[in-house]
Design a protein around this ligand. Structure first.
Ligand code: DGL
Length: 273
């Protein structure tokens, strides 16, 4: 893609939940997305490893004319956002942080549940969000082992997925959480299931629309927004097999685009000739 684009990446298809909102809000922008499906999930990997994947993917996006990069992955944001900003000072980044602030405003019980990966909870970013926004509110952390893999496989509602979501929600509900933050970009794809199992009195908080608005603000601030009226192009790269991404691409009009394969060669991400 020769014209300047917005680059987005995630360990897999999770960041498509962010791409969907960016596409709706900024239809004229060209978007290039990288799903690092060769390495999904990131959540249980050492942080040095996730940092080095994130840096290499960012280089790949910059080579494809990214004028702004959205780290559409909470795990990568937690461990790599600060190093990325230091390594690429010329690039504006939008990162993810668990949406504890709106949850703390929404809760009536005073208990907020956060669903995220182990790496997201260990990062400084999460501690700082809790310190800044959760005064007077109890924040309960919960992982959902296996859920990212189920969503990657396209199983959003089957018995295994339901079991995982049920086990993750139970401790949060038992402790009185009435606001649940989705702290992983894969999880918006199972909102109907989470809402069904959590019940109508629980508010599920999806940060994706706010991330799209932040992207819009940053483009305006840097004066780099696309000025055309034609819909922008969407290119989706995967480091895994293209069939899985193809199936995901068919799920929503916002995901429709060219599907390309990228491959890891000695720590660098490259297109496949
Ligand atoms: N979508 C991811 C996140 O937001 C990554 C999950 C994973 O790969 O473990 O954290």
């Amino acid at each position: 893609m020769a014209s300047p684009c917005i680059g987005l990446f995630d360990s897999g298809i999770g960041g498509l939940s962010i791409l969907r909102e960016v596409r709706r809000l900024l239809p004229a922008e060209d978007l290039v997305y990288v799903a690092d499906q060769a390495h999904v999930p990131y959540g249980s990997r050492p942080k040095e490893e996730v940092r080095s994947f994130s840096e290499a993917i960012t280089r790949f996006l910059i080579d494809r004319q990214a004028k702004l990069v959205v780290v559409a992955c909470n795990t990568a944001s937690a461990v790599a956002l600060h190093p990325l900003r230091r390594t690429f000072p010329q690039v504006p980044f939008v990162g993810m942080e668990p949406a504890v602030k709106p949850a703390a405003q929404a809760t009536r019980s005073g208990v907020v549940g956060v669903l995220a990966t182990p790496a997201t909870f260990q990062g400084e970013l999460f501690a700082s969000v809790v310190e800044r926004f959760a005064a007077g509110v109890r924040v309960v952390e919960q992982t959902a082992p296996g859920l990212v893999e189920q969503i990657e496989a396209g199983d959003l509602d089957g018995p295994v997925t339901r079991g995982i979501v049920d086990r993750a929600l139970r401790p949060l509900l038992e402790q009185g959480a009435d606001a649940i933050v989705l702290g992983c970009t894969h999880y918006p794809f199972v909102i109907p299931l989470i809402q069904e199992l959590a019940g109508p009195n629980v508010q599920v908080i999806d940060p994706s629309p706010a991330i799209a608005r932040q992207t819009q603000r940053l483009l305006a601030e840097k004066r780099i927004a696309a000025d055309g009226v034609e819909p922008g192009r969407v290119v989706l790269y995967t480091s895994g097999d293209t069939e899985s991404l193809q199936a995901w691409s068919a799920r929503a009009p916002e995901f429709a685009g060219e599907i390309e394969r990228a491959q890891w060669i000695a720590g660098t991400l490259a297109t496949v000739a």
